[in-house]
Design a protein around this ligand. Structure first.
Ligand SMILES: [Zn+2]
Length: 247
């Protein structure tokens, strides 16, 4: 069990590292298979400096060549993906289809999280194929058709209506598609929980940023990061939370 958990953690670290690289590559339209380079001095990063977590620590968060700072995002995303992998493994305690489904959904969500956090953008070319896959996988893993449709509609309409009312100033079109995607992954009624949780997390982060004067009132926060984080939490513990509330 402990050994398997460690393997899951390592796999998560490596995939987290890959998601970081994928996000950077997609944003700057670089080839998918390329050697990673330092964004500041453009030197190719040595293989031994590509170890998730460890390289960042050994190098003190700096490039080996130019000593330019490496974003803490790399470290955090690797660690978070590793931890998410362990948590899902512990949740199921066995290698079953639900575990693979949740890990796959989590990887998509982590990618969208990183991308929206960094670039304030939700990519159609990720969200739309992910939506189709999520519909197929959810149906195949036993989510009822009606629960799926209601989940998608609630996710999409919740942001769609805000988009229309505010003429696009509160939420972007990407949030509507992301809402639909999360609805397809979670279905009814878990989608409601994810939406509520996203606003609780978003509110808490906004208060923290205002109080610590990192942001001022009226600054935009990327909604997609809260939504994706909330969706992962609901994938992990949503059913337990509903049970606590007697639903
Ligand atoms: Zn450098």
């Amino acid at each position: 069990m402990l050994y398997s958990a460690f393997i899951f953690f390592l796999t998560g670290l490596i995939l987290g590292s890959f998601l970081n690289s994928l996000a950077y590559g997609l944003y700057y339209k670089l080839p998918l298979w390329r050697r990673s380079f330092c964004p500041k001095c453009k030197k190719i990063i040595k293989i031994k400096d590509l170890m998730p977590l460890l390289s960042f620590i050994f190098l003190g968060g700096k490039c080996r060549f130019c000593k330019g700072k490496i974003s803490w995002q790399y470290f955090v995303v690797e660690l978070a993906t590793g931890l998410v992998f362990i948590l899902f493994f512990v949740k199921y305690g066995a290698l079953n289809l639900f575990l693979w489904r949740d890990l796959f959904f989590a990887l998509i969500l982590i990618f969208l999280f990183v991308f929206d956090l960094k670039y304030y953008l939700i990519l159609d070319k990720i969200v739309l194929p992910a939506l189709i896959l999520a519909i197929i996988i959810s149906l195949a893993s036993g989510l009822g058709f009606l629960n799926l449709i209601i989940g998608i509609l609630i996710g999409a309409l919740f942001f769609g209506l805000q988009h229309i009312i505010s003429k696009g100033s509160w939420v972007g079109e990407g949030d509507i598609k992301l809402g639909a995607l999360i609805g397809a992954m979670l279905g009814w009624p878990l989608v409601i929980l994810a939406l509520a949780l996203a606003y609780i997390i978003g509110g808490a982060v906004a208060v923290f940023l205002l109080v610590s004067a990192r942001k001022k009132f009226g600054d935009i926060l990327p909604m997609g990061t809260f939504l994706t984080a909330a969706a992962i939490i609901v994938l992990l513990w949503g059913e337990d939370i509903l049970r606590i509330f007697g639903m």
